[in-house]
Design a protein. Structure first.
Lengths: 120, 390
């Protein structure tokens, strides 16, 4: 079973993505902040990571910066999930090394499609 | 000796009139000279004219005088410089002097007409002081205005920043409300009865409406803060119009409204394609929304150098003339006409207007109650860049 790591500081946000992905047959792990996300990623070697951009402490950009430095995570698909809808945010995320970008609120089908596209 | 007529003329002149000989000694003067300089005729006659000049200038004057002797002409003295006369009591006063050369049996002489310009200078000074004061006051007022406008700009920016972060905070819980309602509707967690399904649909529909509102407010705050960056690219209108029509086709068909397009020649414009489409889609969805079943909505585009004018025309409920000016205001919703369709955010046209204006175009409406409406906006045509020469 493919493993997905979901990092979001809001428990409801994590549960939503977890339910959605479990229904689609993925094994889901949760992290409630950036540091935990980095640790979990190293421990679990997930097939895909979904990162909330806005997290207290180490945010999504901080997490991806750390992970992309490690050879092990050079090719791991990482999706940015954010409630910010400012122009230029997507470009900034892609430049930081994200492979996907989804804004909240998500459409269930859009997230499913993005995960399927990236996880293969 | 001058004759009597000449003497009377001399004495009647309002200016001091002096004549000096080759050596610069005073050989003729009138009464005004006495009054102006405070000397008696006896004290002045035969004296060097330098007596009437401030001490520090006397030496130079002797030189000037010698020079005048070699190049005599009738002219004003020391044009552009501030000449001064010296009275017997040592006080000084501003003067204007005109010179003319002459000669007689006694040899070369020069005549000087001296005018005391104290009064005029006072008036000049007073005028200049008033002018300076006025300029100063104007400057102060300008600075005040600038300060105030900067304060307003700052308040405006803070407002927009607040709206942007507010929008982020609002979208976060909305994300889970919409997500979980969709999850429930999928019934993977268990079957729902009809009533539950309907309730979930209500939650979802109103959440999406709330999302529209938040998006519109965010858009507007960005445009107003000048943060909305346009990404202009050259493109042809026809495809964009077709896409825009497609996005309202569903709603139009459900109301049996005919959608038509009349495009003049292929037109290339340089603009932010997404934003122009947003403008057109907004006008189209308004038109479809406010046109009753069986109506007609059409898009027309024509060149009006140096713009392309794009119109969205409908034969719907129309807008009373007294409301034409207000419909582009924020949160304004046409009162009587929205019966039953009061579901927009009230921000669509405000955003539309600003987007058009940011492109350098304009938008206006022509409409009459029950006769339909015509919204026309303009976007600059693609300028034909002359090909660079190699």
């Amino acid at each position: 079973m493919k493993r997905v790591l979901v990092a979001d500081d809001k428990a409801t946000g994590r549960e939503l993505v977890r339910t959605l992905l479990e229904n689609s047959g993925y094994e889901v792990f949760e992290a409630s902040n950036g540091l935990e996300a980095v640790k979990q990623a190293r421990d679990l070697s997930p097939d895909l990571i979904i990162l909330d951009i806005h997290m207290p402490g180490l945010d999504g950009f901080g997490v991806i910066e750390q992970l992309r430095r490690e050879e092990h995570f050079a090719a791991t698909p990482i999706i940015a999930l954010t409630a910010s809808a400012m122009m230029g945010d997507r470009e900034r995320a892609m430049a930081a090394g994200f492979t996907g970008y989804i804004t909240k609120p998500i459409g269930l089908n859009a997230l499913r499609a993005e995960v399927t596209r990236l996880i293969r | 000796m001058p004759d009597e007529r000449f003497r009377r003329l001399l004495e009647a002149a309002p200016d001091a009139i002096l004549q000096v000989d080759e050596e610069g000694r005073i050989i003729l003067m009138n009464r005004v000279t006495e009054e102006m300089f405070g000397y008696t005729r006896e004290e002045l006659m035969g004296q060097p004219v330098e007596l009437l000049i401030p001490e520090e200038l006397r030496k130079v004057h002797v030189g000037h005088r010698a020079h005048y002797r070699t190049q005599p002409s009738t002219r004003a003295m020391g044009t552009g410089s501030a000449l001064q006369g010296l009275r017997k009591d040592g006080s000084r006063f501003p003067v204007e002097i005109s010179l003319s050369p002459g000669s007689s049996q006694e040899g070369f002489h020069a005549t000087a007409i001296v005018r005391d310009t104290t009064e005029r200078k006072l008036a000049d000074d007073r005028f200049r002081a008033a002018q300076e004061q006025y300029t100063k006051k104007l400057g102060e007022t300008n600075r005040e205005l600038e300060l105030r406008s900067r304060e307003i700009e700052r308040a405006d920016r803070l407002k927009s920043e607040f709206l942007a972060s507010m929008s982020h905070e609002l979208r976060t819980p909305l994300h889970t409300i919409i997500g979980f309602s969709e999850l429930l509707a999928e019934e993977l967690e268990g079957p729902l009865n009809e009533k539950q399904k309907r309730f979930i649909q209500h939650i979802h529909k109103d959440s999406m409406h709330l999302l529209d509102l938040i998006n519109d407010i965010l858009d507007l705050s960005k445009v107003e803060a000048g943060r909305l960056e346009l990404r202009p690219e050259p493109f042809h209108l026809a495809a964009m119009v077709t896409e825009s029509i497609a996005s309202v086709r569903g709603l139009a068909e459900s109301k049996s409204i005919a959608l038509e397009t009349y495009l003049d020649v292929p037109m290339a414009i340089e603009a932010d394609r997404l934003r122009v489409k947003q403008v057109l889609v907004n006008l189209l969805s308004n038109a479809v929304k406010f046109t009753p079943e069986g109506g007609r909505v059409c898009v027309e585009a024509a060149v009006r150098e140096p713009y392309v004018a794009i119109s969205v025309v409908d034969n719907g409920v129309g807008i009373p003339p007294e409301e034409h000016a207000s419909i582009f205001d924020k949160f304004y919703q046409v009162g009587a006409t929205t019966k039953g369709v009061r579901e927009g955010t009230g921000l669509g046209l405000a955003i539309t207007k600003r987007l058009v204006e940011q492109h350098g175009g304009s938008i206006h409406v022509e409409s009459e109650r029950n006769q339909g409406s015509r919204f026309t906006f303009t976007i600059p045509l693609l300028k034909q860049e002359p090909k660079a020469k190699v």
